[in-house]
Design a protein around this ligand. Structure first.
Ligand SMILES: C[S@@+](CC[C@H](N)C(=O)[O-])C[C@H]1O[C@@H](n2cnc3c(N)ncnc32)[C@H](O)[C@@H]1O
Length: 271
């Protein structure tokens, strides 16, 4: 039974700490949001001083999310979404994109940050035909995540698992792969996996900024090579164009010359 009160690593076990920078709040700062503290702004500015491209990465990630959810709803017929590592509410959250296109869509958000929990209400404005839920849980305990999500999602029906900029929080690559496998194993044929993450080996400035960030006291984030990111899709049918810079994943018609950025993503179908 998933019980945040007794599960270490959930928001229920942590207080909002405004003295140490936090991933979700810095990310919110880069996305142009207001849900962050001076310490996050400071860490965010120190990062952009070394690597200004992070703002493009954060915003391009959200655009990738919008395009993958749109594909999942309109072309793959998906109506259930499990979005783990949700982050603070911003424009075009998963349920807004999905329910705009298919009001009956059901979405479960999962995060373990107390500040995200405090703002979760903004994620819960569902259409009457659909449903949204927020689960305070830790991706490192996938079975608990699935058990809690099953109160809203029917795992006998195809479901899209969304892992956007969270897997880098799992330092060990084998552990990250195991988490993804255990989550996908619980979903039926026709389910999909969407992963996007910061990539190593593309831009030295990104790696330098990330090393500095990881020493700042924030929960470290580990960039992965494109091959490592691609390995999360092992055993699944990777859809065209494969794992590419998120800017180049089925770009909008008006984004012809999308730049290569150090954020790779892909979408795959479970056979
Ligand atoms: C960089 S933000 C990404 C937000 C959003 N998915 C996006 O791509 O715009 C990473 C999120 O993962 C969450 N997170 C980090 N470690 C986690 C864990 N072990 N379990 C659940 N969520 C976690 C953080 O709290 C944060 O909200």
């Amino acid at each position: 039974m998933s019980d945040p009160e007794t599960t270490p690593g959930t928001a229920a076990h942590q207080k909002i700490d405004s003295s140490v920078p936090h991933s979700a709040r810095i990310w919110n700062y880069w996305l142009g949001g207001k849900d962050n503290y001076p310490v996050d702004e400071e860490a965010g500015d120190a990062y952009t001083a070394v690597f200004p491209g992070i703002v493009t990465i954060a915003r391009s990630s959200r655009a990738f999310l919008r395009r993958t959810i749109t594909y999942l709803v309109t072309e793959a017929g998906i109506r259930q979404f499990l979005d783990i590592g949700t982050g603070l509410p911003t424009a075009d959250n998963t349920h807004e994109v999905a329910q705009r296109l298919a009001p009956e869509s059901r979405i479960v958000y999962v995060d373990n940050d107390p500040m995200v929990l405090a703002h979760a209400r903004a994620l819960l404005y569902s259409t009457p035909e659909g449903a949204t839920a927020y689960v305070d849980s830790n991706v490192l305990t996938p079975e608990r995540v699935l058990e809690a999500a099953a109160r809203t999602l029917d795992f006998s029906r195809p479901t899209a698992l969304i892992l956007s900029n969270i897997l880098g929080h799992i330092a060990d690559h084998d552990e990250a792969r195991s988490v993804v496998t255990r989550l996908m194993d619980a979903l039926p044929s026709g389910s999909h996996l969407s992963v996007n993450d910061g990539s190593r080996g593309i831009d030295p400035g990104f790696e330098q900024a990330q090393d500095g960030y990881n020493e700042s006291g924030a929960v470290p984030y580990n960039l992965r090579t494109v091959d490592e990111i691609t390995s999360f899709f092992d055993g699944l049918e990777l859809l065209e164009p494969g794992v590419v810079p998120v800017t180049r994943w089925r770009p909008d018609a008006d984004a012809a010359d999308a730049p290569v950025i150090a954020e790779h993503g892909g979408l795959a179908r479970k056979p």
